[in-house]
Design a protein around this ligand. Structure first.
Ligand code: TYM
Length: 332
């Protein structure tokens, strides 16, 4: 059976629609056909300033959102990154194989470090992609389902896998990025030329899984649209409407073409009302189920511990192999 692996950061008050459509939906589909590993990269969560109590809460909440969204722990392995020391251990080896230039060319590093101020940004932002490469390579996946924005990081993981294999002998599988066709990039509702992200400038640009129905409807109603009245897909001249169509397509399963046909001659307002209904119908039940699951944190923690145990069975031997190959003396 082929294997996939992916992760989602526990930052923000909740996962957002970009995470859901760009990643989680595909995870849920893939677990049917793949041996699937999903995890919460909490180590990545401290690469920017954070609050410890918040991080703990968000890690649990992210796990609950995965489950509520349809991740089935009977089928998939679900775990928390910090429960697996192998990730940080392999990351060090990969960091030593990465060029300074290669690391500083990563666009997410450039964006995030610019936001923090070049000198005060933590070195963790620079080494973040090597940790992500370790996350991936430890499990020998065939594919890594991610949104478009993470493609460059998966490319780096591929390069590092090849480099290691070349230098120390065949060890890692070189994984493919699996990028969805629809919803690979969901944009901010208030600024449809930037991707929807937890660090959005206005909270109204961000649709969260945990938003109330009313809030979802309100945010969609106030979404920026474009000049003219025509509903068609054109990212260049109609970024706002195109984003609404992508979201609609992703949550309804209808193609963009079908939707454009359906809304011919109708007004932006119609599209927004129907879209709000469709998003509420999708996210509402996930939110409610998440809240239910959070009522029993001990059960969530136990489930994550079982996931880490399964993960360890794969990551442990692989790390031992890597340590041997790079020339570390066996501990016993
Ligand atoms: P993160 O937590 O920012 O995002 C999680 C997933 O959601 C996708 N995504 C989007 N898709 C479409 N439109 C958007 N606006 C949007 N925003 C986010 C992301 O592409 C991603 O698939 N570095 C990763 C987490 C990570 C990881 C890994 C992923 C750590 N280790 C190993 C895969 C494998 C990140 O920050 O994603």
């Amino acid at each position: 059976e082929h294997r996939v692996l992916s992760g989602m950061q526990p930052s923000g008050d909740s996962l957002h629609l970009g995470n859901y459509v760009g990643a989680l939906v595909n995870w849920v589909t893939m677990q049917e056909d793949y041996d699937a590993f999903f995890f919460i990269p909490d180590l990545h969560g401290i690469t920017v300033p954070h609050d410890p109590a918040e991080l703990r809460h968000r890690t649990r909440m992210t796990a609950a959102q995965f489950l509520a969204g349809g991740i089935d722990v009977e089928r998939s392995t679900l775990f928390v990154q910090s429960h697996m020391p192998e990730h940080a251990q392999l990351a060090w080896v990969l960091t030593c194989l990465t060029g300074m230039g290669e690391a500083s060319r990563m666009t997410q590093f450039k964006d995030k470090s610019a936001k923090q101020g070049a000198d005060s940004a933590g070195v963790g932002l620079l080494t973040y992609p090597m940790l992500m490469a370790a996350d991936i390579l430890l499990y020998q996946p065939d594919g890594v389902p991610v949104g478009d924005d993470q493609k460059q990081h998966v490319e780096l993981a591929r390069n590092l896998a090849q480099r290691f294999n070349h230098r120390f002998g065949e060890t890692f599988r070189v994984p493919e990025p699996f990028i969805p066709q629809v919803g690979a990039r969901i944009y901010d509702l208030q600024d449809p030329t930037t991707k929807m992200s937890k660090s959005a400038s206005s909270p109204n640009g961000l649709l969260n899984i945990m938003d109330t129905d009313k809030k979802i409807a309100k945010k969609i109603k106030s979404a920026v649209t474009d000049d003219g009245t025509e509903i068609r897909f054109d990212r260049e001249s109609k970024p706002g409407v195109s984003n609404l169509l992508s979201i609609y397509s992703a949550v309804s399963g209808k193609s963009i073409d079908e939707l454009v046909e359906e809304y011919q001659g109708k007004m932006y307002g119609h599209l927004k009302v129907d879209l709000a209904d469709a998003v509420v119908a999708t996210l509402g039940p996930i939110r409610d189920r998440t809240l239910e699951l959070l009522e029993d944190p001990a059960e969530l923690d136990a489930l994550l511990a079982r996931g880490a145990e399964k993960a360890r069975g794969i990551a442990g031997p692989l790390l031992a192999d890597v340590y041997g190959k790079v020339g570390f003396l066996p501990a016993a």
